[in-house]
Design a protein. Structure first.
Length: 125
């Protein structure tokens, strides 16, 4: 008799009870409307629920912080609509304000060509 041992792809340890699955790439990369209209076949990988949730804030930040760079595309607009809906519901409001403050049209007073902006990232040392 053989059985398959599941390993959490995030921490590399065996999964016993705290089982979950994680979409890879993240489900958030595909807005709700896009998923509804196109039903992309998203891959899921086994993970611990605690490992999966420990990366949620990073995923939320990544999706939200890059939103101004891709919102004009079809798929980006779908993600934008999801983020805006959460914001309008009072969710992730500090995250959205943080994201807006990371873009600078005139860094140190410079005028950038071609409607370009600088995106600043926090780096923990």
């Amino acid at each position: 008799m053989s059985y398959q041992v599941e390993i959490c792809y995030l921490c590399g340890k065996q999964i016993d009870k705290d089982r979950d699955v994680d979409h890879n790439p993240p489900k958030q990369f595909f807005g709700k409307e896009l998923r509804k209209n196109h039903n992309p076949d998203l891959i899921t990988l086994p993970t611990h629920r605690t490992c999966n949730s420990s990366y949620q804030l990073d995923e939320d930040y990544f999706v939200t912080s890059l939103l101004p760079l891709y919102q004009e595309s079809y798929s980006g607009r779908s993600v934008y609509d999801d983020v805006k809906k959460r914001f309008d519901e009072g969710k992730q409001v500090p995250l959205v304000y943080k994201m807006f403050n990371e873009f600078d049209e005139n860094p140190s007073g410079l005028i950038l060509p071609g409607d370009r902006v600088v995106k600043r990232f926090e780096v923990k040392e």
